[in-house]
Design a protein. Sequence first.
Length: 186
Amino acid sequence: MNRENGAPRAAVKSPLWGNIFRRRSNTAEDILSTLRQVPLFSNMTDGELREFEKLIHQRQFKAGETIFWEGEPGVGMYIIQHGAVAICKHNRNDVRETLVLLHDGEFFGELALLDESPRSASAIAEQNSQIIGLFRPDLFGLLERKPRLGNKFLFQLALIIGERLKQTNTEIQNLRAQLDRTDVVL
């Protein structure tokens, strides 16, 4: 109460005494919201998503900054919260060729969760981007602590990798058919 007229005193907004938990919960909700968009997590409950939220690492990348280079050992997968990432290779003349441009909610590098093979392409932020990562050691820790949840995730990962392999096989067959038609013309 204000001592002079008995009216309630207005709340003082101080960054020092502000609700530090509110900001954190917004960040956690942003992560959960992003995870819900990703097919790897589509069949998970909120509680299961919170387990993964504990494992997630966040980082901001500036436009033009490399997330990982082709040939580096893979350590984990990445999900774009906000921004855009180019997956690219360098051709024989060392010119960068973009294979695909990914946006909010899309993911890349997921094979690194299964093995540490060298990356087959580079990932470069095309614009300022907020990226979240899930790394192999963290996933293995989850598999030890919560094997049912870890296996649920791995099964979904296997389905997605299988679907991508089918799509790649179809594209290869189409390219072969085009080459066969080109050989006949020549």
